[in-house]
Design a protein around this ligand. Sequence first.
Ligand SMILES: [Zn+2]
Length: 298
Amino acid sequence: MTLSKPAAAPQTASSRGPAPALYPWPAGKTSAAWISIDVDADTPLLWRLREASDDAYLSEREQRQYGLRAGLRHLLQVLARHEVQATFFVPGLIAARQPALLPDLVAAGHEVGLHGFAHEATREISTDAFAEALEASIATFLAQTGQRPAGFRAPGWELTRPMHALLHEQGLYDSSLAGLDHPYTLDGVLELPVSWNREDTARFKMTGLDARWPPTSPVVVLQEWLFDWEACAAAGGLFTLTLHDWVSGRPGPARVLDQLLARIRQDETAWLTTGVDLAAHDRQLAPDLRTAFASAGP
Ligand SMILES: [Zn+2]
């Protein structure tokens, strides 16, 4: 049910003509683009094998180790070339194993956000276990950066309502859901929507015999994401790109990001920003300009 409806925002002329008043972006901007990078490395595999005693899946382990060995560095180089700040969602376990990672990302001007502690699959844990992982992650981030993280992204983009309520208690924004094409509030939590159309593992990930599809060519993905960004910008929405260190850090996919950013940066009406800045912008809007919903039931 809708608690309040978005008021009509003033339309701003752009090279594409007047944008629809989907959301009140900052002055001069008619859409937004956000580069988000989930630094999963090998944590999803470790979670999957947490009760296994053997050292299986060496091939997948090595694929994933590429992220912290090389992939992250390649992505940071692309971002630096375009002077773009991104948001890195990092499992607490990765931060604990690599104590310089979060401080280095923050020193480079990027935002760091929460992504579970051990990349726990939320469907497989209790609400209490989720709360413990959240608190342990916040404590790790606070100890390593001196700052409390502003945002959270659920592993696998899946949450339960009680877990979502814990994000509200912690005052975090969330970026796991996809209920609209622009920021909105659900049960008091600011949502920065994601999209499977703008996610890399569904296109490039192939870990062996359990693969559900062959990898897509980076050439095809570049065309796809350029098309989707243009459509999203024309509609006045938020284009959230979700990448992974071990997937998009490879040369071909990293070049996709390079060419996509080159194109987006040509459009002065597109606000290329971070999650924390998107959240700050939304929170300073007048209440009648924000979009809020309440989900049904507990
Ligand atoms: Zn993840």
